[in-house]
Design a protein around this ligand. Sequence first.
Ligand code: ZN
Ligand code: ZN
Length: 157
Amino acid sequence: MFELFVQVADLPAAGREFSFTEQRIWADPVAEFRLPCRFASPMEAKFQVHPHEQGCLISGGVCGSLFMPCVRCIEETKLMVDVEFQEFEAFPDAVVSEEDGGWIVSKDGLLFLDAAGFLWEQFQLALPVKVLCSPMCRGICVSCGANKNQIACDCAA
Ligand SMILES: [Zn+2]
Ligand SMILES: [Zn+2]
């Protein structure tokens, strides 16, 4: 998994903006989880991180386009991702030595936001629960396997 962290102690009180074009943020987990997803255009993301006493407010957006198979007919379907988000990530309660939700504490005790993990999560939330090539998709015939959007087969309904 691609790793990218934002050090909390480095953030100015007014917050800081980050932009991301590193494709491995999204391509690595897609490969790792073997998702049937092919990117059509590069993904891009931007966010502002504002430090607060209890956590950080993260607001920004992620956009790009990709292909995924339709759940009914398995034809590749183009999806546009263009979402905005605003989330408050609360600091971990106790000092942990490893990963805790969106946070990582280094050996010398510095707190880091797991930016790549956060952006992967936002990307996943932006995807539809069910990918359909069209709301009218007729799917695949269970008897002969024909794509019913393309062929009217003679099998009984
Ligand atoms: Zn379909
Ligand atoms: Zn058929």
